[in-house]
Design a protein around this ligand. Structure first.
Ligand code: TYM
Length: 364
């Protein structure tokens, strides 16, 4: 488990703690990308910041999940948050759809968001292609959407996904938003919408929230298939809930290559990915040992994978045990989110009231 000793508290000008806000979509279970890119950071921040973490079930609706699965996924993620170390007494933990103020502010904010800029968002293009079954990554997606005559459609919720995400953040007037690298474009849009709102209404109401990376770069956790990032839709994930056998099997099957043929040769992407994963969980001298073995061609990928599996299990097994302990404790879980919703709504309703006022929606 991460320690919190290396985090210095930071206060706002008014003496209150700075606000940290982040969320994860409820689509299945959490994987190592979610854990190292986001959740482990949430835990590290909880002692020194005013932290608010939520389950993004409205965002999950953009891909039209089965209702029963959506419901159980919300519960899974809540249990996984707590099992990973988030303390409901230290943080506000809530479900996005329990805060109706978010939906209203989403409508208001959309009045200042352009469909062109939304259509150019990388994640929108990717999801729109998927929805329409387009394999090529041509940039003609706008034309494909408008000209599409089939009964597949790209829903409007998918297009306005970044508005909803901006509202999640701005409704808390958050200072920091700990997220992985893939969410940085959305965060950039959030800042742009905040600036636009301020400039249109001649106010300095919203600040410009930034990622929190503990002085490092935003993280992209790779998958086990030798390609890009670990992600649910890529099918290349290790989940926090995976049992020991499953985890070992996945790691042992990870894509590698034929091995170095000459001393000091460049490391191929699939093998570099395994080193990146090791960088998250293994001791530096263990990693160096395998780097040296790669450099002098004595490396055996089987050994490296066994070591990696062992070190990953040290992180995931205690979390898995706690998930199993709490996931069926409905009474406890519903108490956590009820209390979280009450506290989150206090902040959200204040912002919404002020935003309505700024925009000219005032009592007669
Ligand atoms: P989501 O649910 O896709 O992912 C949740 C968090 O996990 C991070 N993540 C990764 N980090 C590193 N490497 C990976 N392979 C990897 N895969 C996932 C993501 O960067 C993210 O931090 N739009 C958001 C949810 C959201 C949100 C918000 C986040 C909605 N509103 C407001 C912050 C603030 C999303 O879909 O994340």
């Amino acid at each position: 488990m991460e320690t919190n000793k290396d985090i210095k508290p930071e206060n706002k000008a008014d003496g209150n703690k700075k606000v940290v806000l982040s969320g994860i979509r409820s689509t299945g279970n959490l994987h190592l990308g979610n854990y190292f890119g986001a959740l482990s950071k949430f835990v590290r921040l909880q002692d020194n910041y005013d932290c608010r973490y939520f389950i993004a079930d409205l965002h999950a609706l953009t891909t039209n999940p089965d209702p029963a699965q959506l419901h159980s996924s919300v519960k899974n993620i809540l249990a996984e948050y707590i099992a990973a170390g988030l303390d409901p007494e230290k943080n506000i933990i809530y479900i996005q759809s329990d805060i109706p103020e978010i939906s209203e502010m989403y409508l208001l904010m959309n009045m200042h968001v352009g469909i062109g800029e939304l259509m150019r968002t990388a994640s929108f293009k990717e999801k729109a292609r998927k929805a329409l079954g387009i394999i090529s990554d041509s940039d003609e997606i706008e034309k494909e959407i408008i000209g599409n005559q089939s009964n597949q459609r790209v829903n409007a919720g998918l297009l306005t996904y970044p508005t909803l995400m901006a509202v999640d953040i701005l409704i808390h007037k958050a200072d920091y938003v700990p997220v992985g690298k893939d969410q940085e474009q959305h965060l950039e849009l959030t800042r742009r919408f905040a600036r636009r709102f301020n400039s249109f209404y001649k106010t300095e109401y919203f600040g410009e929230p930034v990622n929190f990376n503990f002085g490092g770069e935003a993280l992209k956790v790779p998958g086990l298939d030798g390609s890009g990032k670990m992600g649910k839709s890529e099918g290349n994930c290790i989940y926090l809930i995976d049992d020991e056998k499953t985890l070992r099997k996945k790691v042992m099957r990870a894509v590698t290559d034929e091995g170095p043929k000459e001393p000091n040769s460049a490391v191929s992407q699939p093998v570099e990915n395994l080193f990146t994963l090791m960088g998250l969980v293994s001791d530096p001298d263990v990693i160096q040992h395998y780097r040296d073995a790669y450099a002098d061609c004595s490396i055996r990928y089987g050994d490296l994978k066994k070591q990696l599996a062992e070190d990953l299990l040290k992180v995931t097994m205690p979390i898995r045990e706690r998930i199993l302990d709490i996931k069926d404790n409905d009474e406890y879980l519903s108490k956590v989110v009820k209390q979280g919703a009450e506290r989150a709504r206090e902040h959200a309703s204040k912002t919404l009231k002020e935003v309505r006022e700024i925009m000219g929606i005032r009592p007669l």
